[in-house]
Design a binder for this molecule. Structure first.
Ligand SMILES: *Cc1c(COP(=O)(O)O)cnc(C)c1O
Length: 466
């Protein structure tokens, strides 16, 4: 399988190079040249496979010759062996129609671990075959940072620089990043929002002064391998609920559009998905884009679901590329327009293509709190604010009552204890696997929201590419 850029002019790469690359050199994102397809019989044969084996089966066509099936299975076994639940991503029934897919049993308590535990191993595998050093630069609204740091801390040939918006991540989220003292981990708190941090990271990928000296890699969901790993749990859940004979809908708390795009890919590969519900909080650019075709950025409002406080969803570009006829040069022009005016209209093809599978819904603070309370009172489940937004959307999207709806539970409630306590009166306790998080020493630097300051800091502390 080779990988092409959504903006049509960067060179195609194989899986290993696409994994190590960040943004494509033309500013686009890498996508597989074609979607691998499974037949109904092939999907039926996946029923009952242990998670690590299912993961190998789903991912092998994307990996191609870069890893043998035996090696890929070793890596998935190692990555998912660190999860605190044997099923890796267990399903919990809420009522006759609704289910939670618990994606938070990894080391840092959010779904980002599912992809990043594997990505850390892939980096090590592919760097071990070359004499390259990798400099990972990322921006986090909270959960990517801790999951990425856990996945690469102490690994050879990798440095990680993680930017977070100062004061806008929860205490648990910050400490999960800043208490990792491995010398290859660099935490940077910047003034500004997540989108400001993300914009600096994107700029660094396009800054020749940096890319000439450093191999800059990505752990954000612009990295294709992350999305690939997330496809697996859509299959895992649907297979348990009767696929391929029965269709399932998913409700996905959405920020950067990575997680829900993985669901879209699952559908392209042949998994019968009835609907993908894009759930947003009041930062609702995606809800507006999908319901009216207007993709225009407004300011970010901080909420109790900070990992969704995003107004520019990087992976939406992958969808626009695919449903818009895969015309990279046309998309490059459309995206240039967006980057200069912060607004764009979807084309008719893009709107219709998206509407075929996606529905969207938005939850304000009240609706989110109500969903947390509903789950607690009616089902005994304590859910986090992000999951609650997904659940609200699942319950209001008007899905046929005969179709099971799976809400992706993207974080453990203990990661957002204050909001959960406010809604339920119960303060969720941190699972034992996070240990003495609040007693450990923190290490981070604070920098202004200024690109030059961040670039200088990275250049001073990173290892040159060879
Ligand atoms: C990252 C994150 C999201 C949003 O996922 P995207 O892939 O960015 O759409 C939702 N919930 C939680 C808890 C997250 O950490």
């Amino acid at each position: 399988m080779d990988y092409i850029s959504t903006r049509g002019s960067a060179p195609a790469l194989d899986f290993a190079d696409a994994t190590l690359a960040g943004l494509a050199s033309d500013g686009g994102l890498y996508v597989p040249r074609t979607w691998p397809k499974f037949s109904e019989a092939e999907i039926a044969a996946m029923v009952g496979l242990p998670y690590a084996q299912l993961a190998q089966r789903i991912m092998q066509p994307f990996v191609g010759d870069c890893l043998t099936p035996e090696r890929l299975l070793e890596l998935t076994t190692q990555a998912y062996g660190r999860f605190a639940h044997q099923a890796v991503t267990p399903l919990v029934q809420l009522d006759q129609q609704h289910w939670l897919l618990e994606l938070f049993h990894g080391p840092t308590l959010a779904f980002k671990d599912v992809a990043l535990q594997l990505l850390g191993l892939l980096f090590e595998e592919f760097l071990g075959r070359s004499d390259r050093n990798l400099t990972i630069v990322g921006a986090t609204s909270g959960d990517t940072g801790s999951a990425a740091i856990d996945a690469v801390a102490g690994r050879a040939k990798v440095d990680i620089f993680m930017l977070h918006p100062r004061g806008r991540v929860s205490d648990v989220q910050r400490r999960q990043m800043t208490t990792v003292l491995a010398p290859n981990v660099h935490n940077i708190a910047i003034e500004g929002s997540f989108d400001d941090a993300q914009a600096m990271v994107k700029r660094m990928f396009n800054d020749a002064a940096m890319t000439d000296r450093f191999a800059i890699g990505a752990v954000n969901s612009i990295n294709w391998a992350r999305l690939m790993a997330q496809i697996v749990y859509y299959f895992a859940a649907a297979l348990q609920l009767g696929a391929p004979a029965r269709k399932v809908a998913f409700s996905v708390p959405t920020g950067n559009f990575g997680d829900v795009f993985a669901g879209y890919v699952a559908a392209q590969m042949g998994l019968p998905i009835e609907r993908l519900i894009v759930a947003t909080n009041v930062n609702d650019i995606l809800h507006r884009a999908l319901s009216t075709g207007d993709y225009s950025q407004s300011t970010v409002t901080p909420t109790a679901a900070p990992s969704m406080d995003i107004q520019v969803s990087s992976n939406f570009e992958r969808l626009l590329f695919d449903v818009g006829g895969r015309d990279g040069l046309a998309l490059a022009e459309q995206m240039r327009g967006f980057e200069s005016t912060r607004a764009m209209q979807l084309t008719n093809a893009q709107r219709e293509g998206a509407a075929a599978l996606f529905t969207s819904a938005r939850a304000d603070a009240d609706e989110m709190m109500k969903a947390i309370r509903w789950a607690h009172v009616e089902t005994g489940q304590v859910i986090d604010p992000h999951t609650a937004i997904g659940l609200h959307a699942a319950q209001t999207a008007g899905i046929d009552p005969a179709v099971p709806v799976v809400t992706l539970a993207t974080a453990h409630a203990a990661k957002f204890r204050d909001a959960v306590e406010q809604a339920t009166g119960v303060r969720p306790s941190l699972p034992l696997r996070v240990g003495d998080l609040f007693d450990r020493e923190e290490r981070l630097v604070q920098l202004p929201g200024d690109y030059a300051a961040v670039a200088d800091y990275v250049a001073e502390h990173a290892s040159p590419k060879v």
